[in-house]
Write a protein that binds this ligand. Structure first.
Ligand SMILES: [Fe+2]
Length: 504
């Protein structure tokens, strides 16, 4: 935050220098235009007047700048939430404070001493021109200050929005900076009207001023001189209109680019809210956008849950077809997740393992009741039909056009009956050729199959099944997952202080 605060103050001064330079450029051109008519003595007096007025202006401005950044400068990580809110408000208000600073301490700071000193010099016969010039110079000064204020306002605005976002992010109490109406500093309508009125009035007033000066100087001019002067005016008019439009466009771009970034992130599946601290109507627009994406996110979550429920229901319906395997899919899914956890899988990988466990036998839907529910040993042909279920399951899921986060289950469904020695089915893959999900599910599936009763054979005990897994390491099972499962089962039995026999 410290860095951002320093950068903000530095950039604010930079904007001030840019605005002042533009104003100074106009003022100097005006002075140069007139100094040609001043004698050396008069020029000396004018420079003396400026050397007194400019420090007065800088002093008044320095004081105003300090006052405009009080809350921001005092802010520390120990400050109260109210102080953070005040600093955010001050930051968003800063561009308007700049306009006020330029129009009051800056403009009055120079024009008041300069005008009164010039007036005195005229009274003392040190300067010979008409006092009306003072009035004209003050009006010209006012116009130039307006131009300066507009430039500074638009240059400072993106900085203040950026700093407000940093304050919002770094506030020690996250809710310190409340997005309420108190952070609404000015409406976009007002900014639009003010800048359009100013950019259109500025050249006309400049025209009137120079007409007045010409009338007073009483010079007659040639047609060429008139049109040169007129062309300069046209250029000034076009230039101010262009600058005003460009600054307004840039001003609009700040919130629009944040919204655009928000849309792009949503497209990439990131539901993070966009910044909504702009101090104008865009606060409401971005708050609306944030409400919309949080609604979409909730719906997306609900859809995911619904899909999971549909598949859980599907698995339960499948298991219910065969009274001997009731709950098999759900149990395999939970054994598989405990293996995945033990083997160090990430949360999202564990989620995929669960889904694969739930769906691993989905292809049994395609196996006729006469085979699936047969009370007795299967014939070779029947067993061959039974062995088709991993492929049928995979095909069914491909046709179901699964959403992206479910696609990863396919290798688990197809390969959960492969064996490390290559004697499994459907593809007879060997060792590490078998996809990781297949190797993992094989352990969970075999354990549940061994411990469940079948129509023709009673299930073996947990202890015996674990022994079979131990013995099948490397031949039937991937040792990594077999060991992980054995470890999980042994520590579960130890933790609960019950013999392995009773661990489900
Ligand atoms: Fe199976």
């Amino acid at each position: 935050m410290e860095e951002m605060r320093k950068l903000f103050i530095k950039q604010a001064w930079r904007s001030y220098v840019i605005g002042s330079t533009a104003a100074l450029f106009c003022a100097v051109s005006l002075i140069v235009f007139h100094t040609s008519r001043l004698s050396a003595g008069e020029l000396y007096i004018v420079l003396l007047i400026l050397s007194v007025s400019i420090p007065v202006m800088l002093l008044a401005e320095w004081y105003a700048f300090k006052r405009d950044t009080t809350s921001l400068r005092k802010l520390t990580f120990e400050s109260t939430p109210e102080a953070w809110q005040a600093a955010a408000k001050e930051t968003l208000y800063f561009p308007i404070a700049c306009v006020k600073r330029v129009m009051l301490p800056h403009f009055i700071g120079i024009s008041l001493p300069a005008a009164s000193l010039t007036w005195m010099a005229i009274l003392m016969d040190l300067l010979t021109f008409s006092p009306l010039y003072i009035l004209l110079a003050v009006i010209a000064g006012l116009l130039i200050a307006g131009l300066h204020a507009m430039i500074e306002f638009f240059l400072v605005y993106p900085l203040s929005v950026k700093l407000a976002a940093v304050l919002h992010e770094q506030a020690p109490v996250p809710s310190s900076i409340v997005h309420d109406r108190s952070l609404f500093v000015t409406s976009f309508r007002r900014k639009l009207i003010a800048s359009l009125v100013f950019t259109s009035a500025f050249p006309v007033l400049m025209l009137l001023l120079s007409l007045q000066v010409r009338r007073m100087s009483g010079v007659t001019e040639s047609i060429i001189e008139f049109w040169t002067w007129a062309s300069v005016l046209v250029l000034i008019t076009a230039g101010t209109a262009w600058a005003g439009a460009w600054l307004l466009y840039r001003h609009l771009l700040t919130p629009l680019s944040k919204l655009h970034e928000g849309f792009r992130r949503v497209k990439e599946g990131d539901w993070a809210p966009v910044q909504s601290l702009f101090g104008d109507e865009f606060d409401e627009l971005s708050n609306g956008f944030n409400a919309m994406i949080s609604g979409l996110e909730r719906r997306e979550k609900r859809n995911r849950e619904l899909l999971q429920n549909v598949f859980s229901f599907f698995a339960a319906a499948l298991d219910a077809r065969d009274e001997y395997t009731a709950g098999h899919s759900r149990r395999v899914a939970s054994y598989a997740v405990s293996i995945a956890k033990e083997a160090g899988f990430s949360e999202s990988e564990q989620d995929l393992v669960y889904k694969a466990g739930l769906l691993h036998d989905v292809g049994k839907i395609g196996v006729p009741d006469a085979i699936l529910l047969k009370k007795g040993k299967l014939t070779e042909a029947e067993f061959a039909a039974m062995k088709k279920h991993p492929e049928i399951g995979e095909q069914m899921l491909i046709e179901a056009n699964l959403p992206a986060e479910w696609i990863g289950v396919l290798p688990g469904v197809r390969h959960h009956h492969e064996r490390m020695d290559g004697t499994g089915y459907p593809d007879g893959l060997q060792g590490m050729e078998i996809p990781i999900l297949g190797r993992l599910l094989a352990v969970a599936d075999s354990f549940d199959a061994m411990t469940s009763d079948r129509p023709y054979v009673k299930g073996i005990s947990v202890q015996q099944a674990l022994l079979a897994i131990e013995e099948g390491k490397g031949r039937q099972f991937d040792p990594r997952f077999a060991d992980a499962f054995l470890h999980v089962m042994k520590s579960a039995s130890k933790d609960k202080g019950i013999p392995l026999e009773a661990v489900e």
